[in-house]
Design a protein around this ligand. Sequence first.
Ligand SMILES: CCOC(=O)Nc1nc2cc3nc(NC)[nH]c3cc2c(=O)[nH]1
Ligand SMILES: [Zn+2]
Length: 373
Amino acid sequence: MSPKVTFDLHATDGKARTGVISTPRGDIRTPAFMPVGTAATVKAMMPESVRSTGADILLGNTYHLMLRPTAERIDRLGGLHKFMNWERPILTDSGGFQVMSLAALRKLTEKGVTFKSHVDGSKHEITPERSMEIQKLLGSDIVMCFDECPALPATDEKVAESMRMSMRWAARSRDAFGDRPGHALFGIQQGGVTQELRAESAEKLREIEFDGYAVGGLAVGEGQDAMFGVLDYAPDMLPVNKPRYLMGVGKPDDIVGAVARGIDMMDCVLPSRSGRTGQAYTRHGVVNIKNARHIDDPRPLDENCSCPACRNYSRAYLSHVFRSNEMISGMLLTWHNLQYFQDIMAGMREAIAAGTFTSWQADFHAGREQGDV
Ligand SMILES: CCOC(=O)Nc1nc2cc3nc(NC)[nH]c3cc2c(=O)[nH]1
Ligand SMILES: [Zn+2]
């Protein structure tokens, strides 16, 4: 732990990097995957179970928490860490992305976004200043700038216009964040899939200066090829000695491809959401537990996995409790998926440190050839 937030790069292998982000609440081993704890809970998991999978940091959502139970109430109760019983680092998003995807009657102006709550229809406003205030009330360790992620498809001028507003909002976020030792503020690069716009955005963020830099505006339906196309150049535009965070990614092969292109941190609802819908990610591909082939199968999901689902239960049991809509189904499959995602991260950290990341990637892709297993 350290009184400040610092990033130490330990090794690189090609463009892949491994290191540690030290914070007053604990260290974050990179490359890191952040489970998503949207409404102050990683759905279907106890915090200690999330920790047991190897997670060093969680993601919290500003948009959800500001509506319910409100940031002020969480602050009065001692902050988000105490509230949700997770004392390690928490990164909170700025609310920008979710307000545009979840809220009703949104009105976006230079000032910020006004909207009606999807919970009770109440009217709210988020501005860069208000987003910084909310994330401070929550007590998050890594704060994200208030930005706008343009919906695709968008013309180059729309993307340029949106990116330039996000850069003005980044400057306002920086000013409103102030000087908070032990807390970090990350800027978010925008610019769609246009290299010149990505470069302009990176330049602006470097000028303002942040503790970390996110690659925004991706995983919004552009597809893996287009996303990797941007990742082939965008991370290199960001300061080499600061963490690089790719939001909303992704499937296991997206994650591996992003790390291979220089990304240090990621978050995604996939492992938890798909766990609740009966999908288990394994070393050999995806298991759809509702498929009839599992009804009598005595084998575990993945014999190489250390999670409770794989140690103590058969596919037949997981098939039964899923079909019976039992709560333990979502619990076990979520736990398994989070464990598998963390095992991928641990494997990559080790391989990059050993200089064997290329062969690790080959094994990873070979093992998954079977498709639905
Ligand atoms: C998580 C911190 O990010 C923000 O505060 N703004 C932001 N969030 C995003 C989330 C995203 N999720 C996906 N796919 C599932 N794509 C995303 C993009 C952004 C973004 O550009 N900007
Ligand atoms: Zn497992």
